[in-house]
Design a protein around this ligand. Structure first.
Ligand SMILES: C[S@@+](CC[C@H](N)C(=O)[O-])C[C@H]1O[C@@H](n2cnc3c(N)ncnc32)[C@H](O)[C@@H]1O
Length: 245
């Protein structure tokens, strides 16, 4: 199991093609982002730049991607060389981000669930708040802090499963196993509850926090039918959060 993305960067990229990624993850996240045209946007835990590129394509004026993994940043930069979009990519840790610029919007897809305890979560929230202008927004998707993963249903039909080891409490590892065509790989992240998230955001200086359930794209509904999405939407393994500084 790993939280180090260097060895799984290519497999992770393939997992982004699973239908729930398009019809729930990306659809919900981009709806929450709204129209980024003209904004300066920082994508923290940008990975190989999946959302970083989308945000730039949607008209964001200045886009920066930051990730802890040199392997992920190398992949992102390779894309930038092939199709130049004017995105800057940096290796950095969300817990001690100090950038020369404050952004209108910070986006983070699957960052906060790497905090192993409340102190790490608070450090990430502070790092993000430091990078935002007053009034700026932080929009994020993570493993769902409101889901009791110990009794979650099977998500195999979507191409992944979640499992936990031991007691379900602060810092319990959640293993996400992704099934690809001829391959599978594991990612490990950590459970921290809703209250700990809200406390971390407040302490970092966010004045408002809103929780959002996953939204299903109209295309996802018509292509797969309503029944297909029921386990996902009744026990959402991911949650979307929006904070205002
Ligand atoms: C599941 S990937 C998500 C990548 C990308 N946001 C996406 O949705 O495709 C999680 C990323 O978080 C990065 N990460 C984990 N902890 C981090 C930290 N403290 N600071 C910055 N990036 C971090 C990992 O290196 C990895 O690339």
């Amino acid at each position: 199991m790993t939280t180090n993305y260097d060895p799984i960067a290519e497999q992770y990229k393939l997992s982004k093609q699973q239908p729930w990624r398009t019809h729930i993850e990306a659809y919900s996240l981009l709806q929450l982002v709204g129209n980024p045209a003209g904004m300066s946007v920082l994508d923290v835990a940008c990975g190989e730049g999946f959302y970083t590129r989308l945000l730039r394509q949607q008209g964001a004026a200045k886009v920066t991607g930051v990730d802890l993994s040199q392997g992920m940043i190398d992949l992102a930069r390779r894309q930038e060389v092939l199709h130049q979009q004017g995105i800057d990519y940096l290796v950095g840790d969300a817990k001690n981000l100090e950038l020369p610029h404050q952004y209108d919007l910070v986006v983070a897809a699957y960052l906060l669930n790497y905090a192993q305890d409340r102190q790490e979560l608070a450090a990430m929230a502070r790092g993000i708040a430091r990078c935002l202008k007053p009034g700026g927004r932080f929009v994020t998707v993570n493993s769902n802090p409101a889901l009791e993963f110990s009794s979650a249903p099977s998500y195999r039909q979507y191409g992944f499963e979640t499992t936990i080891r031991g007691e379900f409490c602060e810092g319990t590892p959640i293993t996400w196993t992704f099934f690809l065509e001829n391959d599978q790989f594991d990612i490990e992240n950590y459970y921290l509850n809703v209250e700990l998230h809200e406390a971390a955001f407040r302490a970092a200086g966010f004045r408002e926090t809103r929780w959002h359930s996953p939204r299903l794209s109209p295309q996802g509904l018509s292509e797969y039918g309503a029944d297909f999405w029921i386990p996902f939407t009744t026990h959402p393994p991911v949650a979307f959060i929006e904070c205002v500084k």
